[in-house]
Design a protein around this ligand. Structure first.
Ligand code: HEM
Length: 179
């Protein structure tokens, strides 16, 4: 997992819960990096899993909700760092349907070591999209947060329903309907 994911996460934890919480979750986790991340480095996903799990245990907020809020914050970084990539799109459904074949392809060029999910589009109309998320990292709520922000970015709203295909969250169907 890319360092930018860790640095943005710890920034948000500091902003919401304070520096003491950042220190606490780093101390409670077994981190090969010792909690020292650079945005261009690459670190084990198990470090992120431990940090999020410990934050959840300390705050009582579910890991899914933490990932959702974190993704909404992460989208701000995307808007600041990749405005050109977002400007390619005029419509949120078009953008979401293009994650697999365009957006994440570009991300993989920028960060060859990035570990990205797979999105398979099952059905697409002008106002709706059904696609299946697959990833061993089960970060579907991170995806949900990015989708929410994608609609906000285009000043539109949508209802997004998640349907777990696999109980462990490694395969999830997103049913998106523009309002
Ligand atoms: C992961 C970039 C749009 C879904 C990531 C990562 C980066 C990234 C850097 C981390 C990879 C790693 O740590 O190895 C971007 C950029 C985007 C974009 C620059 C837009 C310009 C989206 C959108 C979604 C999405 C709209 C909506 C579903 C995900 C998910 C992950 C991820 C779910 C977590 C990894 C996993 O589940 O396996 N993305 N992304 N991305 N992205 Fe994107």
């Amino acid at each position: 997992m890319k360092g930018i994911v860790f640095t943005e996460f710890l920034d948000l934890v500091e902003e919401k819960f304070g520096l003491e919480m950042v220190d606490k979750i780093i101390y409670q986790s077994e981190l090969a990096s010792e909690g020292i991340y650079t945005s261009v480095g690459t670190y084990s996903f198990s470090e992120m899993l431990q940090l999020v799990t410990n934050l959840s245990d300390n705050t009582g907020i579910s890991t899914d909700n933490l990932l959702l809020v974190y993704a909404e914050h992460f989208f701000g970084m995307i808007e600041r760092s990749y405005p050109g990539l977002l400007a390619t799109y005029k419509d949120p459904i078009e953008m979401l349907a293009s994650i697999e074949n365009h957006i994440h392809v570009e991300v993989q060029k920028i960060y060859p070591e990035a570990e990205l999910p797979t999105f398979v589009v099952e059905e697409k109309t002008e106002n709706s999209l059904t696609m299946v998320y697959k990833s061993s990292r089960a970060m579907h709520h991170f995806g949900l947060g990015l989708m929410n922000k994608t609609f906000e970015h285009f000043n539109t709203e949508a209802s997004i329903v998640l349907e777990k295909i696999k109980e462990d969250g490694t395969e999830v169907r997103f049913i998106v309907n523009k309002k």
